[in-house]
Design a protein around this ligand. Sequence first.
Ligand code: NAD
Length: 354
Amino acid sequence: MKIAVLPGDGIGPEIVAQAVKVLKALASDGLKVELEEAPIGGAGYDAAGDPLPDATMKLAQDADAVLLGAVGGWQYDSLPRPMRPEQGLLRIRKGMNVFANLRPALLYPELASASTLKPEVVSGLDIMIVRELTGDIYFGQPRGIQVNDKGEREGVNTMRYCESEIRRIAKVGYEIAMKRGKKLCSVDKANVLETTELWREIVTGMNQDYPEVELSHMYVDNAAMQLVRAPKQFDVMITGNIFGDILSDEASMLTGSIGMLPSASLDANNKGLYEPSHGSAPDIAGKDIANPLATILSVAMMLRYTFNSEEGATRIENAVKKVLAQGYRTADIYTDGTRKASCSEMGAAVVAAL
Ligand code: NAD
């Protein structure tokens, strides 16, 4: 397994170092991994004058999977837009053609009090949101701000999905549902938007290829409400780019802690870019206090979705559950009576629990 390791900026290098420790521990048990590191984001700009140096893109393209920390930092905010760290991220996602973004919202029982919702509403929560990442109103043409025939400025964006784009993301949704609870909820706004009427029709048609999956449909406004009313009704949710952007952030907050949330972005061959859902947290960078669990759990997703190793993925997830049960907490999830751990101590605890 060839893995490109791109630590990035801020807390990126600290959290990625812990995930690498986990990969190396699995390697010492027989997992065949080859790791190579390269700069991205501000680190790419510093090293090669580009937030995504050519050598980094090539490494990512040649690898089977990419592990990324985070990018961004105040020292780069005044650079021209194409040189800013975030551009490195957008370009690598595009260059790798990753169109399926998977964001789990899983609540560990030990952290139930971190959620803003009542423990009985969220305990046992385990949702996977599958968001389409490369189409929809974010990319559709025409777009722009123009002057209309009345001489007034108007903004235009176009919601657009073609059949093949819907089919490939729906396939990801169905296949993930098959690996989980076999329940798929497709989120759209088919009552008013033709784009999502087509979406609903295609997703429904594909159900015959996955007869074991129980398919339901929900309008996005209702889905937003149900996520806070009764989130445990969901197993896998599948939706377009803009609805997924909003719903996945909403769902992530059900779990209460941004430092716990991994993500995966997959291409058509399940090659993936794996990264925590949070940013580079410049406010706590270099202090060895960041929570590395989102990054470590991203490695578990890598084993499950790119390397098809359910066993390896479960091993990491169980190790994380164990350290939480043992009381280890980084500062962001610390509460009285638990054991405060630094970023590197948390990484070491996970390795020990493996
Ligand atoms: P952020 O996610 O970096 O931080 C938000 C808050 O959460 C901060 O208080 C931070 O300390 C805390 N936090 C984040 N991750 C944590 C962790 N693992 N452990 C403990 N606490 C954690 O978002 P922001 O402050 O809006 O952005 C900071 C920088 O990150 C900006 O430059 C932004 O552009 C960039 N960013 C990058 C990505 C990415 O690389 N995917 C995503 C979002 C933001």
